[in-house]
Structure formats: C-alpha cells, structure tokens
Design a protein around this ligand. Structure first.
Ligand code: PLP
Length: 446
C-alpha cells in the first residue's frame, strides 16, 4: 500500500476514555459522529458514508484532503529526521519554511516564531509584544486590548484577550488582569445580509480612543483582533474599520496584531486578510492552513523592527525566554513547505478569489428560508445565522450540524450560526450540492 492509498479507519471498541475537547461528551458518546478517512473534498464516515467537507475540517484543510505532495513530505521526513531539538540547535526545514512564509506575508513582516497551534501562536505574540516594549525601554507598556466575540484560542493569554463568555467565565478568577475589550462589530441592523464587507460600523473602532484615554497610551502594549472573526460566526469587518484601528494604533504607538489563524492562506481570497483588506499589522498569528491541517503548527510573523529590537537588546545569550519542544518540528515544517508549494502551484488563493462571487450568490440563495436571520460572506467563507429557539440557544444550530452530517455534509456551527469554509479546491457543482443539502436541512429544522 502506498502512503496515498485510502482506507477507512475502523470504529474504536470504546469511546469512554477519551475526554473530547469543546464537545458535549455524554451526548456525543451516545450518538457518535466518527470520520475514518479523507480525500479531496470528502471525508468518509466509519460506516462508509461520503461526507462533503464544508468546513475544511476545522478551517484548516485549504488545499483539500490527502494531498500527495504533503503526504509524501511528511512520510519522507518522518523516516529521515523524526525530531530535532529546537533550542540552541536547528534543522534546515524550519529555516526554509520561515523563509517561504515570510515571502507570503505583507510588508516587512519577515521573521517567524514557530509554535504548535493557534493558541500557542497567540500567547507567543502577546509575549513578543511585552518583550518588544521592554527592549525599547518602555516596560510599562503591558496592557492588551482585545475585542468582544473574539476567539484567540484557549491559553490563558488567548482567553484573556478573547471575548467569548463561555471560554472566559469558568476561568475568570485567573485571567490576565490588564486587558480591555473593544465592542464587536456585529448586530447592526443595516448590515444584515451584506455581501462582502458591511457598510456600517467603522466607528466602533473609535472605542479604542476611549480605552486609550482611560488607561493612557503609554500603558498599552498591543491590540489584537481577528480581521474576520471566524469562530464566533464569521463577522466580516465593516468598510473602513480595520483602517481606523490601524490609524489609532499608529497615533498612540500601539502594536496591532492580526490573528489570522482562520483568515490566513487564501480563505479571504488573498494570502492573508491583511492583504485582502489592505491593512498592515505589526504581527500576525497563523496556524491551521499553514500545514493544511496535516501536522499541528502555529507561528507568529513579526515586522523586521520587532525582531531586531528584541534580539539586539541582549548583548549576548538567549534574547527571548520562550519556545516549545516542538517549535518548527521537522514533520510540521515539511508539511508546511509542501503545503505552500501546493497553494502556489495550483494558484489556490487566486482560485478562492475567482470563486468568491459564485460562492456569495450560492450562500445568499438561502435567504428567506425559515429561521435564517442573517447571511454574511467574504472570500470562501460564509456565516448563516439562525434564530435561536426560545430559551435554548445553540439547540437549533446543533440540530443543523447533526442533520447535515446525516445527509453527508460537514458544517461547523457556533451557537446557532452555521459557518461554512470549504477547502479552496471546491468545484462549483460541489458548492451547489452543499447549498442544496443545507437548504433541505434548514427547511426541516424545528
Ligand atoms: N485564533 C483564532 C482566530 C482561531 O480561530 C483559533 C482556532 O480556531 C485559534 C486562535 C486557536 O487555534 P488552536 O485551536 O490551533 O489552538
């Protein structure tokens, strides 16, 4: 059997011992949904059903599943260089990957710090911001500004700057103390059913001025936002919003971090959302599509001056006391290099941009169906918001997820919002099929 031949992994004999993440464990184990194989645009369930992937797994698999060059790179590297220590040692693949990712990143973001997930990338970026201000002789710049409805992973840094009550409340006693939150940009009635960027709401960025006035600019290290908030339901930035945030950060010398864990690698129709919207951050966090989801990896991209400042502030010895055993792991680096080549060879970012208008029309055709109260989209991503059932938020969304899975379609739901983000290789016929299945499911929802 070659590495790329597919077989369906059998169902396990017990589901009990695994504590599943972000899952209703008891309900799931009574009625499991198990994926046993993947290829191209499809998963196969352990009972042999074909499932169209409308979610790129979990916003990761932008080049589609089981891509031979990526599989081969991982297999060959595993056989050849299974692990190399990352501290005071190196291996060629992580350096090469840093070079290639830097070429894709906007402006002078030309240095990469590797982690193993989006959460780790976010916590690394927050630490880099603190290290930068210390190196600049401004150690009092320690505050962070996040945004309501933001998801920045699950590290203590990420949940502190994040803005999802469920991920914060249980740990509220121990969050980072010096954090403020901007208002989110959702819920403006005139923006409902916007195609692409909504027109209203840029002034919500001005709340940053209020925070600056209250705290003092000289205490604020960085602002972190997702250019498009993904996990809380595809919230596309209003026209002019990101530009305004950038301008306010510039006015007060505050670093701007874009969390591009979801929006990176073609999702919005450009390499990064920063390029799609023409707004330059000082740092970017990435993960997911970096390796096509095939091996865990995250990274922080930083502007030239940030790297130089931190590294030059220490005359000798280690400059930044941070890193992971698996930073730049050989398998992840090999997967990343092969993934970037697939994106380039197949022009997948351009493909996403070309397909975006078709996608937009397709998803907006769901307007008018029962329960659908908003639809929004950008690039190859869309959010379809369903009205919540009285007193049961999230129930209708979960019903939609289960019904779609039973009908052979993988979607993602967050509460009662359906998030669609197919691999960028999706064909028009598959877009039609996805929308047809979803439409049937929504019509039948209670
Ligand atoms: N940041 C953003 C914007 C994300 O969407 C996610 C995950 O969805 C993360 C960070 C966390 O990534 P991970 O789950 O790899 O830790």
């Amino acid at each position: 059997m070659t590495a790329t031949q597919n077989f369906v992994i059998e169902a396990p004999t017990s589901l009990e011992e695994l504590w599943m993440p972000f899952t209703a464990n008891k309900a799931f184990k009574q009625s499991p949904r198990l994926l046993g194989a993947s290829q191209g645009m499809y998963y196969t369930s352990v009972d042999g059903r074909s499932i169209l992937d409308g979610a790129a797994g979990l916003w990761c698999v932008n080049a589609g599943h089981g891509r031979e060059p990526i599989v081969r790179a991982i297999a060959e590297t595993a056989a050849n260089l299974d692990f190399a220590p990352a501290f005071q040692m190196g291996h060629p693949l992580s350096f090469r990957l840093a070079t290639e990712v830097a070429k894709l990143m906007p402006g002078d973001i030309d240095h990469l710090f590797f982690a193993n997930s989006g959460s780790e990338a976010v916590d690394s970026a927050l630490k880099i911001a603190l290290a930068y201000w210390r190196a600049r002789g401004k150690p009092e710049r320690v505050r962070f500004v996040g945004r309501q409805r933001a998801y920045h992973g699950v590290g203590f840094g990420g949940i502190s700057v994040g803005g999802i009550p469920f991920t914060r409340e249980a740990f509220a006693a121990q969050l980072l103390p010096q954090v403020d939150h901007l208002p989110h940009t959702h819920g403006i009635a005139e923006n409902y059913f916007s195609r692409g960027q909504p027109l209203h709401g840029a002034q919500r960025a001005d709340e940053l001025e209020t925070i600056v006035a209250k705290r003092g600019a000289e205490t604020i290290a960085a602002v972190i936002v997702e250019p498009v908030a993904g996990s809380t339901g595809v919230l596309v930035p209003p026209v002019g919003y990101l530009e305004r945030l950038r301008a306010i950060c510039d006015r007060h010398g505050i670093l701007l971090i874009f969390d591009e864990v979801i929006t990176g690698f073609g999702r919005t129709g450009a390499a990064f959302a920063s390029q799609r919207f023409g707004v330059m951050p000082d740092m970017m966090t990435i993960a997911k599509g970096l390796t096509n989801g095939a091996v865990p990896m995250g990274a922080v991209g930083v502007r030239h001056e940030i790297y130089e400042t931190v590294v030059n502030a220490t005359p000798a010895g280690i400059e930044f006391f941070h890193g992971y055993t698996y930073s730049g792991h050989p398998l992840a680096s090999a997967a990343g290099l092969a993934t970037l080549k697939v994106y380039k060879d197949e022009g997948l970012f351009e493909r996403a941009a070309e397909l975006a208008p078709y996608w937009e029309d397709a998803v907006h055709s769901l307007r008018g169906l029962p329960h659908v109260i908003d639809i929004r989209n950008i690039g190859l991503v869309a959010g379809i918001e369903l009205e919540s059932r009285e007193g049961k938020p999230g129930a209708r969304g979960l019903d939609a997820l289960i019904a779609c899975f039973n009908e052979g379609l993988l979607i993602r739901v967050t509460g009662d919002i359906i998030a669609l983000s197919p691999p960028l290789i999706i064909e028009k016929g598959q877009v039609d099929h996805l929308v047809e299945v979803l439409s049937g499911v929504i019509r039948e929802l209670q």
